[in-house]
Design a protein around this ligand. Structure first.
Ligand code: ZN
Length: 272
């Protein structure tokens, strides 16, 4: 399979995970996750039947319904911003959804800005945060204004973006020198993926184009002129799972902790 990759414009991918005749994930039938033969990254090749789901049209209710849960999840991210960004500094959240993270950061005194291409989520965020929210991607936003930020956040957004290199160029245009870039993505270099493979919940092959791993993203950011300041890991709590399954996943999580990894990685990088 040939397709564009983060490493080069036209690369060859070998099938790595194939979803066929699935009874569990019939949504994914025909979808293939390929591995780049040049750099090793995993990329989704959606089936013709199941076009890749578009985050621009996702419903915002899910985020709002789980607001308390997200606020807890964002506590670590908020603490990282407080630790690394100057007091009252400007923070841009790209793909801010309904603005849950920005609301937390605003309460801490930051000058918060948000971009959200999903119209419904944008309207929601605007209602809560009033100003500084645009119904844009970073690309369309930078065509309108030239502001530079102390901190830019991509929390579970980069894996949805086809042209990662173009996005990084835009980030560098919008980030101040010594500015902080925070990227959170699912991390394939973890024991739950190694054991569960195509059944790993965070793969979401009808949503995610790229399946990053920590080492890959760290090396990529370094090549792009960033210094890695901190790396943190987190596993999904799976609170709604039945007891036995929760025990099983708690053991897998323990393995992750022993191996010094996790299902999601949060990378704090500084532009040098
Ligand atoms: Zn590649």
């Amino acid at each position: 399979m040939r397709s564009s990759c983060v490493c080069k414009k036209n690369s060859s991918f070998k099938p790595y995970i194939v979803y066929k005749n699935e009874t569990v994930f019939n949504d994914y039938e025909g979808t293939v996750i390929g591995r780049c033969e040049n750099c090793g990254i995993l990329k989704t090749f959606p089936s013709r039947k199941n076009k890749l789901f578009n985050p621009v049209t996702t419903k915002v209710e899910e985020y709002e319904r789980r607001k308390k849960e997200f606020e807890k999840l964002f506590a670590r991210l908020t603490a990282s911003v407080e630790q690394r960004v100057v007091r009252k500094g400007s923070v841009l959240d790209v793909g801010c959804s309904s603005g849950i993270l920005l609301s937390l950061l605003k309460r801490k005194g930051f000058d918060v800005w948000g971009l959200e291409p999903n119209k419904q989520a944008f309207l929601y965020a605007k209602k809560i945060l009033k100003n500084n929210i645009s119904n844009d991607t970073l690309s369309s936003y930078l065509k309108k204004q030239k502001m530079k930020f102390d901190c830019i956040i991509y929390n579970h957004v980069l894996e949805h973006i086809e042209d990662v290199n173009a996005e990084l160029s835009l980030i560098k245009r919008a980030l101040k020198k010594n500015g902080v870039l925070i990227i959170g993505v699912p991390n394939t270099h973890n024991m739950i993926f190694k054991i569960r493979r195509k059944f790993w919940e965070s793969l979401l092959p009808n949503e995610h184009i790229w399946h990053f791993n920590t080492k890959y993203l760290v090396e990529y950011l370094q090549k792009q002129g960033f210094e890695i300041v901190k790396i943190g890991f987190e596993d999904d709590a799976r609170r709604t799972y039945p007891l036995l399954k929760r025990v099983y996943f708690t053991l897998l999580s323990l393995l992750n902790r022993i191996m010094g990894t996790g299902e999601a990685v949060l990378i704090i990088a500084q532009r040098i």
